[in-house]
Design a protein around this ligand. Structure first.
Ligand code: C5P
Ligand code: C5P
Ligand code: ZN
Length: 461
């Protein structure tokens, strides 16, 4: 890490460690939940009382929920994009640990953008929380920070780099993490093999995804036994090294045969992260699955449960988290099916769909992202997904998703959401590749036209 950045973090942490009455406010996805847990753990170890709350986002509406808290606040995985919003509402005593594009400089803020790093891929919010902890001699949550990075899809190019790499190396050195190159299909630890293939969405496996019988035949053709000796269904991690190699090459060749673009096929092989202190066969053992479990908690309004699991609970909360994951998966499946049925509408520079109250606002972005992976939505344009704003019937929630190809072409969703929503009396922001906003319902068409123009400008550089 650049020395100036590390020095800045150390100074920030020393100041923070002198505070007493602290309250953490974090974001409801896997990165926000892990960032919160890392800070709670750190502050408790420093002998402090600490409370926390998790918000689905920080905006002019949700800020009402934290106005009465008369404590020093620490915003994690949020805040950098909302400094003026906080000040407008009279919140002045706060720290920010974030990786979103910052609005401006602020003394008590750590954010990688000021030091030439990209918060979209080099480090996540939980990673920043980890570095704060590390600068105070607490390195024990590297694996939790890794889960946050994976939750924010910072491994989506097949490997973690830059500041994320430091975190990974710390975990490997401590023996809490293992990294290897392997097939990156979801469910390596916890899903039976046939399910892993049947539900594969990133990448979509033509002829296999959604077609259980074909998946069974595919595996049997390779001579892979679907059951363990005790009759239970095998998961990927039950396979021998030879079987794994056989399966990976078969899937690889199958995709090339189906004319799936080579970069998509290659993206399927890459780093996978194992949390070595977790029980084999559980979601917590695999970085991606752990992140999905936390995302499920956050997006089903049960973030505290996710925080408790990160803090080590393997009893009541852990059981509850697994139940929430089942429900979450069902909602995502239904969302994808709905989208496949109604399809998208297109503007010149993006596609969009309105879930008309059938997909809740907290998961509509996840559905949009997955539908991209499953090629239900064409990947040549960004996608905007609308849902009803849960807290304000006059507003729509918007989730926007893009991909690396579009980013290279000039697209920056966070800027587009911020400017586009502001122009119609809403608010928004986020990363280049994933962002969101809320806009007044009656301004939807103006918003669509405005965003189209903004993308047009972005693409023309
Ligand atoms: O918490 P934060 O605002 O950083 O979260 C970023 C969001 O963007 C996450 O919900 C993550 O899943 C999403 N994302 C995405 N595709 C990417 C990168 C991030 O959908 N390539
Ligand atoms: O809800 P969703 O996962 O689509 O949000 C993606 C990202 O967009 C969030 O992680 C956040 O950074 C940003 N966002 C925002 N303002 C909103 C909604 C989302 O800045 N009103
Ligand atoms: Zn984040």
């Amino acid at each position: 890490m650049k020395k100036e950045f590390w020095d800045h973090i150390k100074k920030f942490s020393e100041k923070l460690a002198k505070e007493d009455d602290l309250f953490i406010v974090s974001h409801h996805d896997a990165d926000g939940i892990t960032a919160c847990a890392i800070m709670v753990d750190l502050l408790r170890k420093l002998g402090k009382d600490v409370e926390f709350t998790i918000l689905k986002q920080l905006d002019s509406n949700s800020i009402g929920k934290i106005l009465d808290i008369n404590k020093t606040m620490i915003f994690t995985d949020m805040g950098s994009g909302h400094l003026s919003l906080l000040k407008e509402h009279g919140i002045e005593d706060f720290y920010v640990i974030d990786h979103h594009p910052p609005e401006s400089e602020y003394e008590r803020q750590v954010n990688p953008h000021f030091y030439g790093y990209d918060g979209g891929i080099d480090v996540s919010g939980s990673g920043m929380a980890y570095f704060v902890a590390k600068s105070l001699e607490h390195r024990e949550n590297a694996h939790i920070a890794l889960v946050g990075a994976v939750g924010d899809m910072q491994d989506s190019k097949g490997k973690l780099k830059s500041l994320n790499r430091i975190i990974l190396d710390d975990g490997v050195e401590q023996g809490t993490l293992k990294v290897r190159n392997d097939l990156r299909l979801f469910g390596r630890q916890s899903r039976p093999l046939t399910q892993m293939l049947t539900y594969a969405s990133d990448p979509f496996l033509p002829g296999l995804t959604g077609r259980r019988d074909n998946c069974i035949a595919f595996l049997q053709n390779l001579g892979i036994d679907l059951k363990r000796n005790n009759g239970e269904l095998k998961t990927y991690i039950d396979l021998t090294f030879e079987e794994r190699k056989k399966l990976a090459s078969a899937v690889y060749i199958h995709l090339l045969d189906c004319n799936v673009p080579e970069f998509v096929v290659q993206g399927m092989i890459g780093e996978v992260y194992t949390l070595l202190n977790e029980k084999k066969g559980t979601e917590l053992r695999d970085g991606k699955e752990f992140a999905t479990l936390l995302n499920a908690c956050g997006r089903q309004d049960k973030s505290e449960i996710g925080v408790q699991v990160c803090l080590g609970d393997r009893g009541e909360y852990w059981t509850e988290a697994r139940g929430i994951l089942q429900k979450h998966r069902k909602m995502l499946r239904e969302g994808i099916e709905y989208l496949a049925e109604v399809g998208t509408e297109s503007m010149e520079n993006f596609n969009y769909f309105d879930s008309k109250g059938l997909i809740t606002e907290t998961i509509v972005g996840v559905v949009a992202g997955m539908a991209y992976g499953a090629r239900i939505i064409p990947p040549n344009k960004p996608i905007l997904a609308f849902a009803d704003d849960r807290d304000d019937p006059g507003f729509l929630k918007v989730s926007a998703r893009a991909n690396w190809g579009l980013i290279r072409g000039g697209i920056h969703l966070g800027n587009a959401m911020r400017e586009g929503s502001k122009a119609v009396g809403g608010d928004g922001g986020g990363h280049d590749i994933a962002a969101g906003a809320r806009v007044p319902k009656e301004k939807k068409d103006d918003f669509l036209r405005g965003v189209d123009e903004i993308f047009n400008k972005q693409l023309r550089g």
